[in-house]
Unconditional design. Structure first.
Length: 138
C-alpha cells in the first residue's frame, strides 16, 4: 500500500432499471446511487470520434460519469489499477474518486456524457501532468 494523502479509486456502478413498456428510466439520488453531495453537473456533447479528452486526474474531486447517449471508452488509472472501460449504457455510472488519471476516447457520433461532481469547478484541483500524477500517487 502507498501513502498518498489523496483518495484514489474508481468503480463501475450499475443503476436500477425503473423503465417499463413505455421506455427506460433511471434515477440517481444523493448518497444512494451517487456516493457524494452533488454540487455541479456538466455534460460533454458534439464529441469528435478521433479526439481524446480528459488526460488528467483530480486531487480531491469525486465524480460520477454517465454516458446517457451513445458510447465511448474511459481509460482509468490509479497507482494500483489500470482499465479501459466501455461506457455504452445510461444504466452504468463510472465513479472517479480523487486521484484517478483518466481519458475518454472512441466517441460514437451520438455520445453524450453527463458528469455529476462533488464540487464547483476549480482548475487548481486538476493534475494535468502525468509525472505530477505519478508522484502524487505514491
Ligand atoms: C473530467 C472529465 C471527465 C469549466 O469552466 N467548468 C467546468 O465545470 C468544466 C468541467 C470545464 N470548464 C472549462 C475548463 C476548460 O477550459 O471547460 C474547458 C474544457 O474542459 P476540459 O478540457 O477539462 O474538458 P475534458 O473533457 O478534458 O474534461 C472534463 C472535465 O473538465 C474533467 O473534470 O474529469 O471531463
Amino acid at each position: 500500500m502507498g501513502s498518498s494523502k489523496y483518495l484514489s479509486s474508481f468503480e463501475l456502478i450499475d443503476f436500477p432499471d425503473l423503465g417499463d413498456s413505455r421506455g427506460g428510466l433511471t434515477a440517481l439520488e444523493e448518497f444512494r446511487q451517487v456516493p457524494f453531495v452533488i454540487k455541479r453537473v456538466y455534460y460533454i456533447y458534439d464529441t469528435v470520434s478521433s479526439v481524446t479528452r480528459g488526460l488528467h486526474a483530480h486531487k480531491k474531486l469525486e465524480q460520477l460519469a454517465v454516458v446517457v447517449s451513445g458510447s465511448c471508452v474511459f481509460d482509468v488509472e490509479t497507482r494500483e489499477d489500470k482499465e479501459s472501460i466501455l461506457m455504452d449504457s445510461p444504466r452504468k455510472g463510472l465513479y472517479l474518486g480523487g486521484l484517478v488519471w483518466h481519458s475518454m476516447h472512441s466517441f460514437s457520433d451520438d455520445c453524450v456524457i453527463m458528469v455529476l461532481a462533488s464540487d464547483y469547478y476549480d482548475e487548481a484541483d486538476y493534475v494535468r501532468n502525468y509525472s505530477e500524477f505519478s508522484a502524487l500517487a505514491i
